[in-house]
Design a protein around this ligand. Sequence first.
Ligand SMILES: *Cc1c(COP(=O)(O)O)cnc(C)c1O
Length: 427
Amino acid sequence: MSRNDQLFERASRTIPGGVNSPVRAFRSVGGTPRFIQRAHGPYVWDADDTRYIDYVGSWGPAILGHAHPEIVRVVQEAAVHGLSFGAPTEGEIEIAEVIAARLPSIEKVRLVSSGTEATMSAIRLARGHTGRNKIIKFEGCYHGHADSLLVKAGSGMLTFGNPTSSGVPEEFIRHTLVLNYNDLASVEAAFATHGDDIACIIVEPIAGNMNLVKPAAGFLEGLRTLCTRHGALLIFDEVMTGFRVGPQGVQGLTGITPDLTTLAKVIGGGMPVGAFGGRADIMDNVAPLGGVYQAGTLSGNPVAVAAGLATLELLAKPGFYEFLSRQSATLANGLTERARAAGVSFCADHVGGMFGLYFRDAVPTTLDEAADSDIETFKRFFHAMLDKGVYLAPSAFEAGFVSAAHDDAVIQETLDAAEQVFAQLKG
Ligand SMILES: *Cc1c(COP(=O)(O)O)cnc(C)c1O
């Protein structure tokens, strides 16, 4: 029995499913999850001391590579001065100023400790600000696990959805309209029917939780126009894409200004930090200025903020995103070439430091297309790559991530492994 197997068995006795977040359990690919004992640069080492090139990057935060010496240094320094005060600090001002300076849509911002908290708070704020109840979300977009967001489409368009989790009463999701990503006509129809009670649209402006799915031409512009016309707020959930796809997230790539933005993952540099921010007149509805309650014992935690600030500083180095984009492109294109050469139905896409791998012939533009992939072949690919020391997301519906530590040699090693694996898949 490997040490991973032993740990998984032991973990499963006192932790449900052996994990503290479900996708880690390898349920959708089968096999034993790797228990990580340490990580450095582009690599993680499991409990059996096997090294893997890591394309999960803690699901996004590890954009500088693991245990970056500068981040480790500032975390150690901050820790010496106290772990948490429950009182304001100068670091919180600095990170708020950096975020507001980098993202022009954000005039004021509040820190929380996770993406879930950020989206939950942003939606409460949108409802409080507009005095309306309903929200629009898109199937396949993930916005954390707040009750009103754990919902999938109902049987007919514009009917209210069904909970995707037990424990969520129907009443809690009665106000959530679930529409299809990249289907602007359905959004128009929703506004035509419910327009004066729609508080907001929340959207992953590039979707990374149904594999990587980019917005169709005109989709985000259309959402912006409809929200403005009907007095609803547009929330860009950039928890994954913020500071990941480019220096100003998707809003910088597209020039579209959301009313509110949610952030997490990269802005914590591996520590628990989330944020929601936007126009000052909206943000001023948050307590203690306004009537929308929102709070957190560990919000703005000094150690986490130090890691976040140092990360954001390093991301501002000239050429950072050019390098990241080049590495993702080399990986995505290299994998596609090798799959095609081996006769495997496969394609890939990328943006900034994010990529999608699809076991189908064309890059998907909808959830249905993303779901219509050869999952069995993906599973075999995943395990064969793992055997060769490459750690990909253990699910066919997650985006992958490269970091600044994924240099040319690391990408080449990955492509060499994939070449053998694709040949194996076909054989
Ligand atoms: C990861 C993610 C979340 C949830 O963030 P947590 O920190 O896991 O709570 C929300 N929205 C998007 C787009 C995400 O990718």
